[in-house]
Every structure is written in structure tokens, then in C-alpha cells.
Design a protein around this ligand. Structure first.
Ligand code: KIV
Length: 292
């Protein structure tokens, strides 16, 4: 008897589109987004009914172990984006343009945005920055590629910002952020991530622009919410930002499972009979005869 288990088929949802994204804002329905960097996570998120999956450059920190997001390359992002696209068929898939993939020139930005669509089956790209990126956003959108903006705490500018710290806390910084949001909307961005800014500012921005805002550490007044999945699952043990709600402690679950496995192997409890392949006595006797 085979002990192989096969997961039951789950009915596939309709593919989330840019239009449906916008309509959810218009109907006042919260948008849900989480990050993924691999096939099994993308599959689970898709089956759970997530609206959108971001293949974020947070990959650098939570999956590849770097100190910040700066070292991750376009090739690494594409590699992980392809795995995500193989797992998620319904969620809107967004590839995060990594540091230096769009800042050098508009031509390079266009080429790299195109690679996410052509080589990794993403539906859209995300990039960080405000007014200084307006022309880049316009060019990518002009090529038919939807762009999500990212304002507030923009980790690719960590050295300029002086660390992972909240943004937009003074009146003048808040005005600038609102202007940036309006400029990005005008440049054609289909949505904006607002990261680590005061809740009432995020709420005001969300009301003043017609494209959806997706908040992370930006309060409940945004049109949707995003978290880094490893933070939500308790898989990233280095630090947990204040704005994260933990839904599991998978680091601990993994550590416990690995310890049990090591113990089972060392005490010969694993593999047991049910994990073992057998052959008939007749075949075994024939083998013994042939190898005498
Ligand atoms: O890279 C990322 O995961 C992100 C989210 C924090 C929005 O940009």
C-alpha cells in the first residue's frame, strides 16, 4: 500500500487585476497584500485568498540574511519571483525593483521592469521614491507595465534616512509626502505603499488620492495592508518592528521539529516501519542467492 498523500484540489479564484484592485478601494473594501519569495509560501497565500503578493526586496534580509535590502540583485529577485509565480495563480503579483536597478537611468529601469513581466510572470513592479522617480514611473507605465510606488520609510535610502526610522512626522515632511503621493498618482502609479508614517497622515493621503494606498506601519486608514510574511509568521528572529502583528512562531516550530528529528535519528526511532519500502521474501531470497 502506498502511503503517499496528495493534497485535495482547491477551487481557483478569479485572477486579481489592476482594475479590481482600484474597485476595492472605491467600494471601501480593504486590500490584502503579503510578501513571498518562494513557491510553497506563494501557494499557501494564494489558497488563503490574498489579493496581492509582493516579491519584496526584503528578500535580502529575511531570506538571504543580509543586514539591509541593498545587496540583493535583479537576478536574485527574478529567481525568487519565478518561484512565486509558479505557486500563485490568482493574486496580483508585484516584483520589487531592487537597489540600483532603476536609479541609474530610465532605460535601465524600463529594461528591468520588463524583465519582471517577461521573465518572471509578474503583473506589475514596485519602486521606491517620490517626485524624483516621477519620470521613471511615467516611462514604465508608458511601456504598459503597471507601477506601484513606495513612500515614507524607503529602505533602499536607509543611509540617507539615517536608519529604519518613521518618516513624515513634521508638518513640512508631511506636506512633502502628500505632494509626492499626488505626483506619483499623476505619473500613472496604480497604487502606493506607505511605510512607517503617522496614521493620520496616511489616512489623509488615502482620502486625497484615488489610487489605493497599502500601509505598513501606517495605521488603519490606508486602503489596504501589507506585512513582510516572515515577520507575521515569526520566521525572522533578528528583530520585529513595532507595527508587526505576529500570527505564529514558525522559527520556534522549526527549531523544535529539527530537534525532534535529530533525536529520532540518533535514538533510531526514525525511520520506522511505516517509512520503509519493502520487497517480497521471494525477491529477497533470489537476491541472496545471486549475491552468495
Ligand atoms: O520589500 C518589501 O517587503 C517591501 C514591503 C515592506 C512593502 O517593500
Amino acid at each position: 500500500m502506498s502511503t503517499t498523500t496528495i493534497a485535495p484540489a482547491i477551487a481557483q479564484r478569479k485572477k486579481m487585476t489592476m482594475l479590481a484592485f482600484r474597485q476595492k478601494k472605491e467600494r471601501g473594501e480593504p486590500l490584502t497584500m503579503l510578501t513571498a519569495y518562494d513557491y510553497p509560501t506563494a501557494l499557501a497565500l494564494d489558497q488563503a485568498g490574498i489579493d496581492s503578493i509582493l516579491v519584496g526586496d526584503s528578500l535580502a534580509m529575511v531570506e538571504l540574511g543580509y543586514e539591509n535590502t541593498l545587496p540583493v540583485t535583479m537576478e536574485e529577485m527574478l529567481h525568487h519571483a519565478r518561484a512565486v509565480a509558479r505557486g500563485a495563480k490568482s493574486a496580483l503579483l508585484i516584483g520589487d525593483l531592487p537597489f540600483m536597478s532603476y536609479q541609474v537611468s530610465i532605460e535601465e529601469a524600463l529594461r528591468n521592469a520588463g524583465r519582471f513581466i517577461q521573465q518572471a510572470n509578474m503583473d506589475a513592479v514596485k519602486l521606491e521614491g517620490g517626485r524624483e522617480r516621477a519620470e521613471t514611473v511615467r516611462a514604465i507605465v508608458g511601456a504598459g507595465i503597471p507601477v506601484m510606488g513606495h513612500l515614507g520609510l524607503t529602505p533602499q535610502s536607509i543611509h540617507q534616512l539615517g536608519g529604519f526610522r518613521p518618516q513624515g512626522k513634521t508638518a513640512s515632511a508631511a506636506v512633502r509626502l502628500l505632494e509626492d503621493a499626488q505626483i506619483l498618482e499623476e505619473a500613472g502609479a496604480f497604487a502606493l505603499v506607505l511605510e512607517s508614517i503617522p496614521a493620520r497622515l496616511a489616512s489623509a493621503i488615502s482620502k486625497k488620492i484615488s489610487i489605493p494606498t497599502i500601509g505598513i506601519g501606517a495605521g488603519a486608514g490606508c486602503d489596504g495592508q501589507v506585512l513582510v510574511t516572515h515577520d507575521l509568521l515569526g520566521l525572522f528572529e533578528r528583530f520585529t518592528p513595532k507595527f508587526v502583528k505576529r500570527y505564529a512562531n514558525l522559527h520556534e516550530t522549526m527549531r523544535k521539529a529539527f530537534t525532534e528529528y535529530i533525536d529520532d535519528v540518533e535514538t533510531k526511532k526514525f525511520p520506522a516501519l511505516e517509512h520503509t519500502v519493502e520487497m517480497t521474501d521471494a525477491e529477497w531470497d533470489a537476491f541472496l542467492n545471486e549475491t552468495k
